[in-house]
Design a protein around this ligand. Structure first.
Ligand code: SF4
Ligand code: SF4
Ligand code: SF4
Length: 265
């Protein structure tokens, strides 16, 4: 009897899967870093696939939410991503690599095909495609930004996404508030780096990371991406006194920001 009840409960839970493409898996570890808070949240769902927690085969069922981390670099990654999209009511992207190309995208801006010669001097047959964000391949419904993502943000928005999947009212998919990193930075009482003549991208970057970098006296380098209303022109003009065009470009390459900035021009 008890066994049967358990079976029924399991069936009624929304199904989710966390799937990794090419990545460092740091965003998945940001989830595990939440400890009991993450496990409590996961108690409300049926986890079909999450290889950091279990190694059972994914049965390939339909999903309420499919979560993807990493970049679709290989043909196999691309196939995994497209299959996950087909199975999921809502497709959620986890982190900078998936959403913006991430650190691997540096290759696109440098010598492209030649880069591999420096890294794998003596090895042949390495796949070396142009790095493209997940939304070049499939429709994305929600992005948890950052490198890595912010765990608390996951706890805030994931229950809303579960509700949307349940009601299938996709107009209720939430949006992260368009406010700059500066809001949290100032709330922490930090002295502004720009006022000290030190570069920081904070005003044009989407907040929500608790301003971790400027709090550690490092300029924001934009891992959470441009704010929808971020004023790139004004930011560049302010930074002209602090860094050369080349230095600016180099920083925008770290987290795949450069192509997004070019699109805004
Ligand atoms: S976004 Fe950053 S932390 Fe997340 S998988 Fe990519 S490199 Fe790792
Ligand atoms: S240090 Fe950076 S994030 Fe903080 S207020 Fe200044 S510009 Fe904004
Ligand atoms: S301060 Fe900028 S670079 Fe640092 S975590 Fe936040 S968005 Fe990313």
């Amino acid at each position: 009897m008890i066994k049967q009840e358990k079976k029924i409960n399991k069936k009624s839970k929304p199904k989710i899967a966390i799937v990794s493409l090419t990545s460092c898996e740091g965003c998945q570890f940001a989830l595990l870093d939440l400890g009991e808070k993450f496990l409590d949240l996961m108690g409300k769902v049926e986890m079909v696939d999450f290889r950091l927690l279990e190694d059972e085969d994914d049965p390939g069922d339909k999903l309420d939410i499919g979560i993807i981390e990493g970049n679709p670099m290989t043909k196999e990654n691309e196939k995994t991503l497209k299959e996950l999209r087909k199975r999921s009511k809502i497709l959620v992207v986890l982190g900078n690599c998936a959403a913006m190309g991430g650190i691997p995208e540096i290759k696109n801006y440098q010598e492209g095909k030649n880069t591999i010669k420096y890294v794998y001097k003596y090895i042949q047959g390495i796949q070396n495609p142009e790095i493209k964000e997940v939304d070049n391949f499939v429709k994305v419904d929600f992005v948890f930004p950052g490198c890595p993502i912010t765990g608390e943000e996951f706890l805030k928005y994931f229950p809303i996404l579960l509700e949307v999947a349940k009601t299938e009212d996709f107009s209720k998919i939430p949006e992260i508030a368009d406010q700059p990193v500066c809001v949290e930075c100032k709330a922490k009482g930090n002295k502004c780096l720009l006022l000290e003549g030190k570069p920081c991208f904070g005003p044009m970057i989407l907040g929500g990371c608790d301003a971790v970098c400027p709090t550690a006296r490092m300029g924001c380098q934009g891992c959470r991406g441009l704010r929808p209303k971020g004023n790139v022109k004004a930011m560049r003009a302010t930074l002209k006194k602090m860094m050369t065009d080349e230095e600016f470009e180099n920083v925008t390459e770290i987290f795949g920001l450069r192509d997004d900035i070019e699109e805004r021009k």
